[in-house]
Design a protein around this ligand. Structure first.
Ligand SMILES: Nc1ncnc2c1ncn2[C@@H]1O[C@H](COP(=O)(O)OP(=O)(O)OP(=O)(O)O)[C@@H](O)[C@H]1O
Ligand SMILES: [Mg+2]
Length: 322
């Protein structure tokens, strides 16, 4: 069942310093026509280089950023902010910054439960304990402030706070990026266990493709405000169709020394979303670019449940060691 549907979403920001007296206003096209769907209980990874618009998209879905065009549908219909706050939650990258340093973690969780009114006031202390246990923290920690907890413990509190809402959708923005590798593994396992138990849909924004492969059912690859490829994780990782996806996958550090990296890494950096290239935005960095890529938007191809937007009909990346 489709829970979330995003249709042709656009988010533009007025560029700093532009448009004085309403003249020559310049726009940062952070999200530039994104469509995606997310089913209940499914995890969709969202990857792409820094500045590609991942956080802006995540925030716009929750109406934490203004939407310039397009639609966000929940259960097939438009959704107001009050309902979004009851059915969705966000987990952030920096667990310390996301928590109020003056409140104990018990108070932080109690506050969410009070606002959400999902349990009776007299049941709040018990629910706080349950939430802490759910994320693998001892209830004795309820009296502690975030400053006296480790990064991994704080992120567990961040997850407990998100779960306090009893959400159907969680947007996790780089939620393990700041943690040590061993703690990352614990938090990922926790998310997987909770998801199975609660039928949660998760939009998992990450730089780390290896983690996305482990955690997610599907993955969407974003470049300069557009999704260039989307599909089941195994299909996209083993048979990428878009040259940008192939380059990202190829840049994953290979643990096996007998399988050195093939091909060349992605050249340069993405251009500014203030001044998008014409045609396919990836063409200035693409080794497969043709004349038409400079002028025209690429077509979108659909292969069952896998789609990509590129002039290439046959992927040159399949069956090559990536
Ligand atoms: N409030 C804002 N005002 C102006 N520009 C913004 C604003 N928020 C984001 N941007 C711009 O929008 C683009 C997309 O930013 P965004 O933070 O969504 O990227 P990201 O993919 O999340 O990057 P990262 O991986 O570094 O977190 C960037 O060019 C950024 O500078
Ligand atoms: Mg971001």
């Amino acid at each position: 069942m489709t829970l979330l549907q995003v249709k042709d979403l656009e988010v533009r920001f007025a560029a700093a310093g532009s448009g004085l007296f309403g003249l020559n206003k310049q726009w940062v096209r952070a999200v530039n026509g994104v469509s995606l769907t997310l089913a209940a209980g499914q995890t969709l990874g969202l990857v792409g280089e820094s500045g590609s618009g991942k956080s802006t998209l995540g925030r716009a879905i929750l109406h934490l950023n203004p939407i310039s065009a397009g639609q966000v549908l929940f259960d097939g219909g438009p959704v107001d902010i009050a309902r979004l706050r009851h059915e969705t939650a966000m987990i952030f990258q920096d667990p310390y910054a996301a928590l109020n340093p003056r409140l104990s973690i018990g108070q932080t969780l109690a506050e969410v439960l009070q606002v959400q009114r999902k349990v009776a006031p007299q049941q709040i202390p018990q629910r706080v304990n349950e939430l802490l246990e759910l994320v693998g923290l001892r209830p004795e920690l309820a009296g502690r402030k975030p400053g006296s907890l480790s990064g991994g413990q704080c992120q567990r509190v961040g997850i407990a706070r998100a779960l306090a809402v009893e959400p159907r959708l969680i947007i996790a923005d780089e939620c393990v990026a700041a943690l040590d590798v061993s703690i990352q593994g614990q938090i990922i396992n926790l998310l997987l266990a909770l998801q199975a138990r609660m039928n949660l849909a998760i939009l998992f924004i990450a730089h780390d493709l290896a983690i996305v492969r482990r955690l997610c059912d599907r993955v969407a690859v974003m470049y300069l405000g557009k999704i260039v490829e989307e599909g089941p994780v195994e299909a996209v990782f083993t048979a990428p169709r878009h040259p940008y996806t192939a380059a990202l996958i190829q840049a994953i550090p290979e643990i096996d020394p007998h399988r050195p990296l093939s091909g060349e890494p992605l050249p340069g950096e993405p251009p500014s979303p203030l001044n998008l290239p014409t045609g396919c935005a990836f063409h200035p960095r693409c080794r497969h670019a043709r004349e038409t890529c400079r002028e025209q938007l690429p077509p979108t191809h659909f292969l069952q449940d896998h789609r990509y937007s590129c002039v290439l009909e046959q992927s040159p990346f399949i069956d090559k060691e990536l």
